[in-house]
Design a binder for this molecule. Structure first.
Ligand code: SF4
Length: 374
């Protein structure tokens, strides 16, 4: 029975010939399941690792990280015992380091407060740091066969298209309606299989662009396809507003070393490494006067214009901010005492790639373009 008829977006449902969504989906999955190393396992720790790694990361990019993590930390106790720098170092390249921070924090919580055992019910899983409704449903269903359907971007798209849901899928007000549509399609007897099937289906057939509707088992029953609305569904009206921030970095180095600063503030990139910086409210290079003062503050040297090399601007987009960075490099001979006086880390250039740094710093370290201050 279609609860969908209660909603204002209801279309002519008479075209729906095969209402058993779950049965058809599982039939498709029996022949088309993707094989991933975290599938067909029941270890909640491994499942949790894979889910956190795959947030905001494509499967192809995330798989080597998953394999590295389970090899380095085969148990949650080993992950809890590791230092944050070690975890960050393994995470390097994945970005969104708050995921790694929460992962480490939650491993310690499970060891300290749950006796090293992953909680076995949805509410207790959801209460863990860094775990939202999607990840809690994934762990609950995959590890413990609990009847919780997962709702991520892939699933929203499949459900919205199948039911011809024309409202904004990003709006919080429409969340309940989408959840009801998913709930009525869900297979409570085979929750793990259903969740894996709908995620694989969304990723390989009902793709965001160019879905393979001609080969789709739902082509006769999918409202978006039947009504020629595949391109316009799902409707996504993003409300995210990003603010621009302008960072000016002072890079102090010699031929073999560079000075890093570990970020401590309650700001972005907490506990990652970057350089001494000042923030400005305008998208332009610092004046020579300000820059000279900046250099003097750290080195006690009165720099000349010709001593300063400039790189950037380079931007990095975060969920709610856009960072625009400029780098001012100055060569100095006594890095050891500058590091000591300013609480900086003296790092050998050949080892700098093993430090957990934001993407924008990684770009600085790898990019060779540089110009004189002008
Ligand atoms: S017919 Fe097309 S739009 Fe509809 S579920 Fe299948 S792939 Fe998605």
């Amino acid at each position: 029975m279609y609860i969908v008829s209660d909603f204002s977006f209801r279309r002519d449902l008479s075209i729906l010939k095969t209402p058993n969504f779950s049965k058809q989906l599982l039939k498709w999955y029996s022949k088309n399941a993707r094989s991933h190393p975290w599938k067909k396992i029941k270890n909640p720790y491994f499942i949790w690792l894979s889910e956190i790694i795959l947030q905001q990361t494509r499967v192809e990019a995330g798989t080597p990280y998953y394999l590295k993590f389970i090899e380095t930390y085969p148990t949650i106790q080993q992950l809890a015992k590791a230092s944050q720098d070690e975890v960050y170092s393994l995470w390097k390249g994945l970005g969104y380091y708050s995921r790694a921070r929460n992962l480490h924090h939650t491993a310690k919580t499970i060891v300290d407060k749950h006796n090293g055992q992953f909680p076995e019910n949805y509410e207790a899983i959801l209460a863990l740091k860094g775990i939202g409704p999607y990840t809690a449903a994934a762990i609950a269903s995959f590890a413990f066969d609990l009847p919780y359907p997962v709702m991520d971007g892939n699933v929203k798209r499949v459900i919205a298209r199948y039911y011809g849901y024309t409202k904004d899928v990003m709006a919080a007000a429409n969340k309940k309606e989408l959840q009801l549509l998913l709930d009525q399609s869900f297979n409570k007897k085979q929750p793990a299989l259903f969740n894996q099937a709908i995620m694989d289906f969304g990723a390989t057939v009902c793709k965001p662009k160019s879905p393979n509707c001609q080969a789709c088992p739902f082509s006769k029953t999918c409202l978006a396809f039947q009504q020629n609305e595949v391109k316009s569904i799902p409707l996504r009206i993003s409300k995210i507003k990003r603010r621009d921030r302008y960072f000016h970095y002072l890079v102090i180095k010699d031929d073999k070393h560079i000075l890093f600063k570990k970020r401590q503030d309650k700001d972005i990139w907490q506990h990652l490494y970057d350089f001494p910086s000042i923030e400005h409210d305008e998208n332009k290079q610092l004046s020579l006067k300000v820059l000279k003062g900046f250099v003097k503050e750290y080195t006690h040297v009165s720099a000349k214009k010709a001593d300063i090399l400039v790189k950037g601007p380079k931007s990095q987009i975060l969920s709610h901010q856009r960072i625009i960075a400029r780098f001012y490099t100055i060569y100095q001979s006594d890095l050891k005492s500058i590091a000591k006086e300013n609480d900086l880390d003296l790092v050998q250039l050949k080892n700098s790639s093993s430090f957990a740094v934001p993407k924008i710093i990684d770009w600085y370290l790898k990019d060779n373009s540089i110009s004189l201050f002008s």
